[in-house]
Design a protein around this ligand. Structure first.
Ligand code: NDP
Ligand code: 2IT
Length: 443
């Protein structure tokens, strides 16, 4: 049995009931054959066995009391996966679907994504099965305070630096930062995505979506194309989706779809982003309200955005939201490029369809790395006790995304997988971490 198969079998046996984690880990392991052949020291140092096993897995009770005085108990998670190249870094997801498998897949992806940014950050992720939808501001505060009352003892500016993800935005980060500061009596950059008044970075809100579009523009450009004049289908209507739409529109594209967990809109004239921001960022409401802004648009609760013909598809909602049939529909409609804004949005079968049909495909760990990269820039600013301008942060983000494109493209070609950016991103992200682990000994 090959080294990769041995580790994969052991992984499956050791992590029953964790399909998302096994999916993410298998994809990376399967990419590494040529690299392992070239670097026997990786097997000698048990790199694969060690990289699929988190440094530490924290699970804790999060009790809170709702507005009617009724107590609730949620489960909190923080997976500190790998700190070979820097302090653990990754977001906190608040969504009822959250479980150990989902947090582990996200933490595992984060190791390689963070490595690709070129910045000194390790991989981690956390969150809770708490559902922020429909909760009052006081209830959100109660939850965030209770969550941080346990988490604070495990994190720190040089230890582990959480941030936002699904369901966690500036409001939640503010409440958590306040609780950390109160409990520790330390003012430090322990979270990123903070408000601008207390250590946040300009352009962090926009960074994941903007970064996605910068990377896809680079990928299109290499093949003599641009966003200019293209029809773009986006899923999701949260932080990543909104700012991907904003930058793609600025690059001359037309956004024709967006979605949330209850339905999706198709606006052939181009989505009105001011309306989306009002519905989602200001009112925290449902996308069905879009029709009151743009009566000609279609709103649907059946099917999904991938059935609308487009040139570029940007899945920006959640994992496994684009399956084989969706990929086949996109290919039939002559999609040119897919850029993953969400983490692991395409199923392995969908990825296979894109690669087989030579669709330009930018995988999540490269394409959505702009968010965490800008978080690392926020950490730098906090250490320096300085605030950089929007232009400075945005220009660094742009350079980082171009560099990630070059790394994944060069690694794909060097290892015999030209234009397969899934393999390219996995190899490029893996090597830096693996070399650091070898240098530091079997720990
Ligand atoms: P938000 O909470 O701001 O938005 C999430 C969006 O996706 C909402 O429109 C939401 O709809 C939809 N969505 C969430 N879960 C589901 C689901 N199970 N089924 C259908 N739709 C769903 O999160 P973000 O925009 O921050 O995150 C989106 C994706 O991008 C996630 O995969 C996240 O891990 C990834 N990501 C985020 C980064 C960041 O900086 N924020 C960085 C890198 C990746 P509804 O409102 O109805 O729930
Ligand atoms: O998936 C991700 O990269 C994020 N949610 C952002 C993490 C971060 O630390 O900014």
């Amino acid at each position: 049995m090959s080294y990769i198969s041995e580790v994969t079998e052991e992984l499956k046996g050791r992590n029953p009931g964790q399909p998302e984690f096994i999916q993410a880990a298998t994809e990376v392991l399967e990419s590494l054959g040529t690299v392992l052949a070239e670097h026997p020291e990786y097997q000698k140092n048990a790199i694969l066995e060690r990289i699929v096993e988190p440094d530490r897995q924290l699970m804790f009770r999060v009790p809170w009391i709702d507005d009617k005085g009724v107590p609730h108990v949620n489960r909190g998670f923080r997976i500190q996966f790998n700190n070979a190249i820097g302090p653990y870094k990754g977001g906190l997801r608040l969504h009822p679907s959250v479980n150990l498998s989902i947090i582990k897949f996200l933490g595992f992806e984060q190791i390689f994504k963070n490595s690709l940014t070129g910045l000194p950050i390790g991989g981690g992720k956390g969150g809770s099965d708490f559902d922020p939808k429909g909760k009052s501001d006081r209830e959100i505060f109660e939850f965030c305070r209770s969550f941080m009352t346990e988490l604070y003892r495990h994190i720190g500016a040089d230890v582990d630096v959480p941030a936002g993800d699904i369901g966690t935005g500036a409001r939640e980060i503010g409440y958590m930062f306040g609780t950390y500061k109160k409990l520790n009596n330390r003012y430090e950059g322990v979270l990123t995505g903070k408000g601008l008044q207390y250590g946040g970075s300009l352009a962090r809100t926009e960074a994941t979506g903007y970064g996605l579009v910068y990377l896809v523009e680079e990928m299109l450009h290499e093949k003599g194309m641009r966003f200019q004049g293209k029809k773009v289908a986006i899923s999701g209507s949260g932080n990543v989706a909104i700012y991907a739409a904003e930058k793609a529109t600025a690059f001359g594209a037309k956004i024709i779809t967006m979605s949330d967990s209850t339905g999706w809109i198709h606006d052939p004239e181009g989505i009105d982003l001011a309306a989306i921001k009002e519905i989602k960022e200001v009112n925290r409401a449902r996308l069905s309200e879009y029709k009151s802004f743009r009566p000609h648009a279609e709103y649907s609760t059946s099917g999904n955005v991938w059935q609308v013909a487009c040139d570029v598809a940007l899945p920006c909602a959640t994992q496994n939201e684009l399956n084989k049939a969706d990929a086949e529909t996109l290919v039939k409609n002559k999609v040119l490029a897919v850029g993953e804004g969400a983490n692991m949005p395409s199923t392995p079968e969908a990825q296979e369809v894109f690669i087989k049909n030579k669709v330009l495909f930018a995988p999540a760990k490269a394409a959505n790395a702009g968010g965490v990269a800008t978080s690392a820039l926020e950490m730098s600013q906090n250490s320096q006790r300085l605030n950089w301008t929007f232009e400075k942060v945005d220009s660094k983000l742009h350079d980082i995304m171009k560099n990630i494109y070059r790394q994944m493209s060069a690694s794909a070609e060097a290892y015999g997988f030209k234009d397969n950016f899934i393999v390219g991103a996995n190899i490029a992200g893996f090597k830096k971490v693996a070399d650091a682990m070898v240098a530091q000994g079997i720990q």
